[in-house]
Design a protein around this ligand. Structure first.
Ligand code: GLY
Ligand code: MN
Length: 392
């Protein structure tokens, strides 16, 4: 077991007291790091103990463990890579069958069954199969509504492989063809994502990419006439683009889908103090980090543009700060688009990045929906052979 999981020793929790005592006996007065105060053992009867000296540090182990998890080793990268291979196969299966579906539940079922059939028994998070405006509910998991009358599906789904996550989102037209408005929004989100991914390299700051994504979004929404009445800079300063792109740009990926960052997480997803918007989400969004990216990190890049009637009518349109920048008439035409998110898993390499995501996007995605591309190969990296001695 120690070899498989790369730990030095495993003991029963019932013997922890004695184990730590014997460790202290042979490593006199060295510091012992535990996660919580209740993990400190009772050291009664121990010789060698300096009176008044606390051997235990209950503060630093958690952040040291987190920091050690941030840069992935080659073995971890192979596991994430393989999770992505299976996930891509499941995304393809959904695209191939999409035109025969009439409910979101069938999308979820096909994704899940393809993963399980490829030996990936666990999802990294609950599948999001959101049609129409449901795409603007960021963690929509009901997945039981009819597809009738909807333009798009936003499928955010990724399996685990040996406990390591993949996290992939694609948004596609149910008919296999975009409406004019859906294509404009999908092209814009793709532009935001490509521009951010191209800039990934060691030292690049993820929060700068987050700002870049907002600037591209504002320029694009301006071009389409959805934003108006001010300069791009004024709209950026007001934070009005949060009406359409309300979450972070991405997060670390590893043992958790929102993996630890190794730094104190900031509490707000707002990057600019001037932004007059509610604090939408808390958590491990890498967009918050003021630190540079490092080789070996695996992060997601997942911009989106959403048309949430609820957020617009309850927060942004009633606000004098934002409403003057949003054109209600043009907005009406885009509400049926619902929302578009595109998400890839990116490895930071020594001189740039590698995109680990294999799920189809762009024209290839449409060809599969339309039945014009029947390639269903499951690429198989060597990790499967290593584990099972087989090749599909
Ligand atoms: N794909 C799920 C998430 O990032 O929250
Ligand atoms: Mn994600």
């Amino acid at each position: 077991m120690c070899c498989r999981y790369d730990v030095d020793a495993v003991r029963l929790s019932t013997s922890i007291n004695d184990d730590i005592k014997s460790y202290i006996n042979s490593n006199k007065n060295s510091k012992i790091y535990v996660l919580r105060p209740d993990q400190k053992p009772n050291l009664w009867g121990l010789r060698y103990l300096q009176p008044g000296k606390d051997l235990f540090d209950t503060r630093r182990l958690r952040s040291a463990m987190d920091y050690a998890r941030v840069r992935k080793c080659p073995h971890e990268i192979r596991l994430i890579r393989h999770a992505n291979v299976v996930t891509a196969s499941a995304h393809r299966a959904v695209l191939r069958a999409l035109r025969s579906f009439d409910n979101e539940a069938q999308i979820q079922a096909t994704f899940l069954s393809t993963c399980v059939a490829n030996d990936a028994k666990h999802q990294a998070y609950e599948i999001i199969a959101a049609s129409g405006e449901n795409a603007s509910i960021l963690h929509y998991i009901k997945n039981n509504e009819s597809l009738k009358g909807k333009q798009l599906v936003c499928l955010d789904a990724g399996c685990e492989w040996d406990c390591y996550a993949s996290d992939v989102t694609r948004t596609f037209p149910i008919s296999g063809s975009w409406s004019a408005e859906a294509k404009e929004i999908h092209d814009l989100v793709q532009e935001m994502q490509s521009a951010c991914i191209e800039r990934i390299r060691p030292g690049a700051r993820f929060r700068d990419l987050y700002v870049l994504a907002h600037q591209i979004a504002i320029k694009g929404l301006f071009r389409l006439g959805i934003l108006h009445g001010g300069t791009e800079s004024e709209i950026f300063q007001a934070g009005t683009s949060m009406a359409f792109f309300p979450h972070g740009l991405g997060h670390h990926l590893g043992l958790e889908v929102h993996d630890v960052s190794g730094y104190e997480p900031l509490m707000s997803s707002k990057v600019h103090e001037s932004w007059h918007v509610p604090q939408v989400e808390e958590g491990q969004w890498a967009s918050q980090s003021r630190h540079g990216l490092e080789e070996g990190m695996v992060i997601t890049v997942e911009p989106g543009i959403y048309f949430s009637e609820y957020a617009l009518s309850h927060v942004f349109l009633p606000s004098p700060i934002h409403s003057k920048y949003i054109c209600r008439d043009v907005l009406q035409r885009y509400l049926p688009v619902g929302g578009v998110r595109i998400e890839d898993d990116i490895l930071v390499t020594a001189d740039g990045y590698e995109n680990l995501t294999r799920a189809p996007k762009g024209e290839e995605m449409l060809r599969i929906i339309r039945g014009e591309d029947t390639d269903s190969r499951l690429e198989e990296p060597d990790v499967v052979q290593e584990r099972y001695g087989r090749k599909n």
